[in-house]
Design a binder for this molecule. Sequence first.
Ligand code: NAP
Ligand code: MG
Length: 507
Amino acid sequence: MGDVMNVQTEINKPQTVADARKIVSLRTQAFIGGKFVDSLSGKTLSSSSPIDGSHLANVAACDHRDVDRAVSTARAAFEAGHWRNASPNDRRKTLLKFADTLEANAEELALLETLDLGKPIANTTSVDIPLTIETVRYYAEAINKVYDELGPSPSNAVSMIVREPVGVVAAVTPWNFPLLMAAWKFAPALATGNSVIMKPAEQTSLSLLRVAELAAEAGIPAGVFNVLPGDGPSAGKPLALHMDVDAIVFTGSTAVGKLIMGYAAQSNMKRVGLECGGKSPQIVMADCDNLGAAANAAAWGVFYDQGQVCTAGTRLLVQKDIKDRFLEKVAGIATGLKPGNPLDPKTEFGSLVDETQLNTVLGYIEKGSAEGAHLRAGGKRAMTESGGFYVQPTLFDGVTNEMTIAREEIFGPVISAIEFETLDQALSIANDSIYGLAAGIWTSNVNTAHIAGRALRAGNVWINCWDGSDITTPFGGFKQSGFGRDRSLHAFDKYTELKTIWLQLSN
Ligand code: NAP
Ligand code: MG
């Protein structure tokens, strides 16, 4: 019976953008105060699908006036207190209902994400949407299980150390995991009682707009969850500059992260949390006893989601003795992996997000060759006849850490392989980067594993795996990969103020 149903679902999966578009609810207005509204200017942005380049929808293009409206609505909701003052247990129940509502609409959300972004439907169905739901459930369940503190005060006083919501939280998020990156912000922010205003990336606002509606359906009060689509300078910047926004949390590039810090400094010194770029090293030692697994992880650590992953392990450091053998394996995986239609459930490698990103990636590939790196696999645009924006999985050998393709974040499926001789050399190359988001090492020597685990300057260090993590572990960067942590209970730090209340007792 189960098999028959699975077959049925497979058959019903739309294979073209036109067919998929017919079965999703496209929400295109801003969501403010529990309602969909046009942008005050009436302007829209065109959202298209990188699967075939076709037009999907015109989405409200919000600007500073919409920001003012959303901030005053969010502030009023915060002051009214229906959400902030609700008991943690009641917020828990509403957020669990929200998670159930997301789950009931999971297939549609996965389809929206794939349409807008070109990520394989297999990935949005098995990763993006389930992890988004899990994030909401985790913070829902956490909020009535964390306790405030009583300080070690003298017997004639009581010191209470309590956490309070910061107030109005604005979140500016990127296009590579549109819902998941948003959920890492809104779930802990909502759980702790804040009002939130989300600014999705202009390429991918459709899924979050639909989620706003589902949040309202689940009983999140009007004004507590708002979504303002629009481009960064028009909608994100005025949010970050707003005098009545209490915190701005951001996931995106380091360049824009620095602007966000500046906006906070120029306005009201609002709290800032930044998850920015990466150029993560994966080190493969000759003593690794499973080079097959390491090669697979090295390849998929970059080719997953076409390399549009902030933690992509794009600098592949391989010890000299095994380099040729090892890269042979990685090159084999790269050439065997063909870009395909993201709507086909069998596709493992889809399109890039848009034409601009395609040109950026192709530009870096050209630069790699021009600076003397050796192209071992891929390097070309693919599936041009589809009208979409595809590029082949690409591997460069003979890279030095000074080359542009080893220093700058490409955000595409491009591996830069660098040879080293000793562990010390590997660690110093690995740490020679402005970024520090993730790093990894493959070794069978427990000493080497420990030494590297401590020495690598990154927020996530993976030993004999890549991307080992879940919602219970903090995620974030060292250095110019940002500061503040998403996921785990540590995320509550960004959305709460720590207050000390000292109560003096009369004797
Ligand atoms: P991006 O260009 O920095 O954009 C991120 C967000 O910032 C978008 O919503 C963008 O809006 C907005 N923005 C742009 N200019 C702005 C401004 N002047 N003021 C306020 N907001 C502004 O990054 P992206 O290209 O979307 O995403 C890729 C980047 O995100 C990569 O660097 C990647 O490493 C990083 N990332 C990091 C993590 C992490 O957790 N560390 C996770 C995922 C991605 P518009 O695009 O609509 O203009
Ligand atoms: Mg799009």
